[in-house]
Design a protein around this ligand. Structure first.
Ligand SMILES: NC(=O)c1ccc[n+]([C@@H]2O[C@H](COP(=O)([O-])OP(=O)(O)OC[C@H]3O[C@@H](n4cnc5c(N)ncnc54)[C@H](O)[C@@H]3O)[C@@H](O)[C@H]2O)c1
Ligand SMILES: [Zn+2]
Ligand SMILES: [Zn+2]
Length: 380
């Protein structure tokens, strides 16, 4: 339920009609480490370049938990949620790419067209992504920091119009929304960043939502062998469902030895680290073939350190890459991936372990921490 509130500001004898704001229920993180809460949030009508989106589904990502725990920055209170799909309700002046009624996936890379990456024709690295200028607030006027400039654990959210990517409305919102972050990050780490080529051997370390998406992406790209590594057998079962040809539980087996054994003693052409810890990065580094590629997609924390002989970096050759958001270009990748899904070539529905209500996000964090789910998705 949501309703509009007209706000009239009186001052200097003149009455201005400010745009309407919409009162919605939303998940807010008020203080570091404290359980998140459903609060009333005021969402302004869209100004120039902005879009108001009625959210239909929003996935629970590890990054939301990082925000809650103060791991991203300390700009509390946060409006959480960023893996979302919904219907554009209205747009502000000057918006032409999307209109009311469009079914969209929200993205956190609304390319600016003017930064040095965009000007060099590499917009998937855009450094100056657009976000809405107006702020969403708590009922008392406290401004909220929306997670990744989105904030979609909310019945409605305000974003920059460039953060809305139209896709085929035939896809279920809880499936489409996942492309907005983690699943795109994993798919893109394989198909864009590495990129995995037909016939490559690939190992993926960490098979949560991101790692399993890297496995699905590797299959899509034609990898001949896909080795899934995790410390949890339930995740390895999910990895098999999504295309892993071999699985390694690195609690009971040495990951590097196992990867080498499964690749003729050489190591994999591409190793994707979807955990982002020094020990998994070391496994990725040594688990790849000479001149192979490592892609780091898991996000390390600031205190993590890696010490290795510099000579190893030289001697093993190849490429060490990081992947932000799967080096995706939303306008290119989201519609294409939705089309592949609708054709039965990309089983995105397998990432949705659970659909939940808005007031169950804290429980979903706990389920994620226990490793019970690939993705819990809030549906509205
Ligand atoms: N680069 C990006 O743009 C981007 C985008 C979204 C998320 N991420 C990051 O990707 C990472 C994974 O996200 P997720 O949503 O899949 O998380 P998740 O918690 O669902 O999955 C992590 C997986 O790693 C496994 N794991 C943990 N420690 C391990 C170890 N030592 N060896 C092997 N496996 C281990 C866990 O069992 C689990 O299956 C997070 O760090 C997240 O912040 C990055
Ligand atoms: Zn740019
Ligand atoms: Zn995310």
């Amino acid at each position: 339920m949501s309703q509009g509130i007209a706000v009239v500001v009186r001052g200097a004898g003149i009455e201005h009609d400010r745009p309407m704001s919409h009162e919605v229920r939303a998940v807010v993180s008020l203080a570091q480490g404290e359980p998140v809460r459903v609060e009333t949030v005021l969402v302004p009508d869209p100004g120039p370049g902005e879009a108001l989106v009625r959210v239909q589904a929003c996935g629970v990502c590890h990054t939301d938990l990082h925000y809650r725990d103060g791991g991203i920055n300390d700009q509390f209170p946060f409006l959480l949620g960023h893996e979302a799909a919904g219907i554009v309700e209205s747009v502000g002046d000057g918006v032409t790419d999307v209109a009311a009624g469009d079914f969209v996936v929200l993205n956190w890379r609304a390319v600016c067209g003017r930064c040095r990456a965009c000007l060099r024709g590499r917009p998937w690295y855009c450094f100056v992504t657009h976000n809405a200028e107006q702020r969403m607030t708590l009922a008392d006027g406290t401004e909220l920091s929306p997670a990744l400039g989105i904030g979609a654990f909310a019945e409605k959210t305000l974003v920059h119009a460039g953060q809305c990517t139209k896709v085929d409305p035939g896809v279920r919102p809880e499936v489409a929304g996942l492309l907005g972050c983690g699943v795109m990050a994993g798919l893109g780490a394989a198909i864009n960043t590495a990129p995995v080529r037909r016939g490559d051997s690939v190992a993926v370390i960490g098979c949560g939502g991101v790692g399993c998406a890297a496995i699905a992406g590797s299959r899509l790209a034609g990898a001949s062998r896909i080795i899934a590594v995790d410390i949890d057998d339930r995740k390895l079962a999910a990895a098999r469902e999504l295309g892993a040809t071999d699985t390694v539980n690195s609690r009971s087996r040495d990951a590097v030895e196992a990867i080498r054994e499964l690749t003729g003693g050489n190591g994999a052409d591409v190793v994707i680290d979807a955990v982002g810890r020094p020990e998994t990065y070391r496994q990725a580094f040594h688990g790849r073939d000479l001149a192979g590629t490592v892609v780091l997609v898991g996000v390390p924390t600031p205190e993590m350190r890696l010490e290795m002989p510099l000579l190893d970096f030289f001697a093993r050759g190849g490429a060490l890459k990081s992947s932000w958001y799967g080096d995706c270009l939303p306008s290119r990748d989201f519609p294409m991936l939705v089309d592949l899904h609708l054709q039965g070539r990309l089983p995105l529905e397998k990432f949705v372990t659970d659909t939940i209500a808005l007031d169950q996000v804290e429980d979903a964090f706990a389920a994620m921490s226990r490793g019970d789910v690939l993705r819990s998705v809030v549906v509205f």
